[in-house]
Write a protein that binds this ligand. Structure first.
Ligand code: ADP
Ligand code: MG
Length: 270
């Protein structure tokens, strides 16, 4: 299936379904992400957020349709999908801890070349690696072992690895979990920078982070899209308030607005 999406839509998902032994984790999701968007994907634990990203990136078998730039992704391998320009990070950082920051980026940039070739001392650093170091703010840490980086810096390095791979769509699974307030701010600014010429989908629980940096939001619940729109729109949606608070609020939402699931223990453990 090609040519069914409008030009400003980069990712178009239709009737996506993923089941595990009879349990349906993603239950008929429709989702369009426009080029240059910073789309937040929120929802309680078990809503199917990670599974949806797994399906898009080829890690889970799914039915329905996922078009990226008009090309069908379902049925393609993880490797092929990555090469088409889709990069994702996982809930736990997956950098090579015993290699330096620069070596990590180098390997990502040269995915396909042999590790031995890449590890040999090189005379010059590729431009793409220098640009990524700058963009993720780790130029001064380039010779540091990735394992010695602060938690936030590891996540940024992972994002840098997607940048050198020239990912046009970045799917980030809870990138600010465990980060300090300062690290969250820096991550949000990085996402804004990245989205100038790429598209970003962020799975996130932190509502303050979402309010600051989301351009659009989709709320997932029990494998379905419960609500979609701007931050204000989804926060005002009684269905969303019910899922997060267990009831629809009857009075004023206060200065910060509801819902605030990031403050509840259940929302933080994911
Ligand atoms: P979220 O990321 O929104 O917290 P997940 O996508 O991880 O949710 O999980 C959605 C549902 O699918 C959960 O009930 C989870 O237990 C189930 N699930 C996820 N992966 C598997 C799997 N590999 N096998 C069986 N069930 C799974
Ligand atoms: Mg998850």
């Amino acid at each position: 299936m090609t040519g069914t999406t409008t030009p400003d839509v980069l990712l178009s998902i239709r009737d996506l379904r993923v089941s595990f032994d009879g349990f349906t984790a993603v239950d008929g999701v429709d989702l369009d992400v426009a080029r240059g968007d910073i789309r937040f994907l929120i929802g309680p634990n078990g809503a199917g957020k990670t599974t949806l990203v797994d399906a898009v990136t080829g890690l889970s078998r799914a039915s329905g349709s996922v078009e990226f730039d008009g090309r069908q992704l379902l049925g393609r391998s993880v490797h092929r999908i990555a090469r088409m320009g889709i990069g994702r990070t996982f809930q736990t950082a997956t950098v090579f801890e015993r290699l330096t920051v620069e070596q990590n980026l180098d390997i990502a940039a040269g995915a396909g070349r042999s590790a031995l070739t890449l590890l040999r001392r090189r005379r010059s650093t590729p431009q793409s690696v220098l640009r990524a170091l700058e963009e993720i703010g780790l130029t001064a840490q380039r010779d540091k072992l990735a394992g010695a980086l602060a938690h936030g810096q590891k996540q940024w390095l992972e994002i840098g690895m997607l940048l050198v791979q020239d990912a046009r769509l970045l799917l980030l699974d809870e990138p600010v979990a465990g980060m300090s307030h300062e690290e969250r701010e820096a991550t949000g600014l990085l996402l804004q920078k990245v989205s100038r010429d790429r598209t970003v989908v962020v799975i996130e629980h932190d509502m303050d982070f979402m309010r600051s940096f989301a351009r659009t939001v989709s709320v997932l619940h029990a494998g379905r899209v419960l609500s979609e729109g701007t931050v204000e729109e989804v926060q005002a949606d009684p269905g969303v308030q019910e899922v997060y608070l267990g009831h629809a609020p009857v009075t004023d939402t206060g200065a910060t607005g509801v819902p605030v699931p990031a403050r509840t223990p259940a929302a933080q453990e994911a």
